[in-house]
Design a protein around this ligand. Structure first.
Ligand code: NAG
Ligand code: NAG
Ligand code: NAG
Length: 360
């Protein structure tokens, strides 16, 4: 793979195709269900539609530089970009907003240290640094609402509900605990609410769309816990495996009946979180001693992706799960409630043609 084709990160946009705030996509009448993903590369940015898999836009390194992270606001013309790679246009402590309509950077905000993560909502920008979380109003005016000092948050773990109506909007990690920022607004110094989630440091967290459920994994990657964000109670504990793993992504289905997760083991696991009877249990021989993992809930279904290659995962229509990996591959599987998981699509997204070719 030439270095220009090197993918630095991939991210889904927030929309699940319900409505398109289209601008970038004006020329397309293809209705998408799973939305889009951005691909940040040495050679700039590409944006793909998931269903069908087509390239919708790309911006060369001449225009945007090499890019470490790109977050797309629903299907609007606005992209939040953090430079990275070997030809960065900006330093890694600068957040930029790029407008596809004018093909220009319309906003630059510099921070005291490198940006770990960025989240966009229709009304806010959230930026995680090693020791701080900054929240801005967005898009106009873009003003700092508040800053919270945190303990070291190396992975910039934080997630937000994309719905502005959601009560619990922003969650972030402070080592082993989690805080809910939604009650912390300008001028109100109410302390964040805490959940002590795991004994070891957090490795991944994800909020469902409505902001009512939060899933966490520690950096051991063996267990995933699902929490009720209102009561702060743990609802279910799921076992990914018994060996250590790095969890790359956790995601909820739209109805929050299922959860998927990808790890460096090259497996995407699918768990039932509503009807937890669907999850697998390890059979304990009668009269046997309850094993160490005897009462654990294991994944209902799983499928294989390239190992040691970061992937993001999301639920698609009709009980499907999509995984998009940094090696340029795209995987789609359909699962049944009895744990059967079949491949429905495989592609190398870096090779797919753009929308115009597709339509011809
Ligand atoms: C989870 O899936 C939704 C689409 O259903 C997507 O918008 C979101 O970005 C995904 N989360 C992550 C962490 O990839
Ligand atoms: C994946 O699913 C298969 C088929 O159900 C099962 O045999 C296997 O144990 C599962 N693997 C993991 C790592 O969960
Ligand atoms: C989902 O399944 C329904 C009913 O089987 C079908 O009509 C629909 O086209 C499917 N949607 C997709 C995107 O495959």
């Amino acid at each position: 793979m030439g270095s220009d084709r090197k993918v630095i990160s991939v991210k889904f946009n927030q929309d699940q195709g319900k409505k398109s705030l289209k601008k970038i996509f004006q020329h397309s009448n293809l209705l998408s269900i799973v939305g889009c993903f951005t691909c940040s590369m040495e050679s700039g940015i590409r944006i793909y539609n998931v269903e069908p898999l087509v390239e919708k836009a790309h911006y060369d390194a001449d225009m945007v530089g090499s890019v470490a992270q790109c977050e797309m606001l629903f299907r609007t013309n606005l992209l939040a970009i953090v430079s990275g790679g070997s030809r960065p246009k900006f330093a890694d402590n600068v957040l930029t907003i790029f407008d596809d309509l004018t093909k220009k950077f319309i906003l630059e905000i510099s921070f005291a240290s490198s940006i770990r993560a960025v989240k966009l909502r229709k009304d806010k920008i959230i930026v995680a640094l090693l020791n701080q979380i900054h929240v801005f109003s967005f898009p106009t005016p873009t003003q700092r609402l508040f800053t919270l000092e945190t303990r070291e948050n190396h992975r910039g773990l934080c997630d937000v509900s994309p719905l502005t109506s959601a009560e619990k909007q922003i969650w972030f990690s402070l080592a082993t605990s989690l805080a809910d920022l939604s009650c912390t607004e300008i001028g109100i110094s109410s302390a964040p609410v805490w959940i002590g989630a795991h004994k070891s440091e957090l490795g991944c967290l994800a909020l469902n769309q409505q902001g009512t459920r939060l899933a966490t994994a520690s950096n051991k990657g063996t267990l995933i816990r699902v929490w009720d964000t209102t009561t702060k109670n743990q609802l279910v504990e799921l076992r990914r495996g018994s060996d250590l793993a790095t969890i790359y992504c956790i995601n909820f289905s739209r109805d929050s009946d299922y959860l998927c997760c990808s790890s460096d083991k090259g497996t995407v696991h699918i768990f039932a979180i509503k009807n937890t009877n669907l999850n697998k249990r390890i059979l304990i021989p009668s009269g046997g001693i309850l094993g160490k993992y005897g009462d654990s809930q294991w994944a209902l279904a799983n499928f294989t992706v390239p190992p040691e290659c970061a992937c993001i995962c999301a639920f698609g229509p009709n009980s499907s799960v999509i995984a998009i990996c940094l090696d340029g591959t795209f995987h789609k599987y359909v699962f049944t409630s009895d744990g059967i998981c079949n491949r429905e699509a495989y592609d190398v997204y870096l090779d797919v043609c753009d929308d115009e070719d597709y339509l011809q």
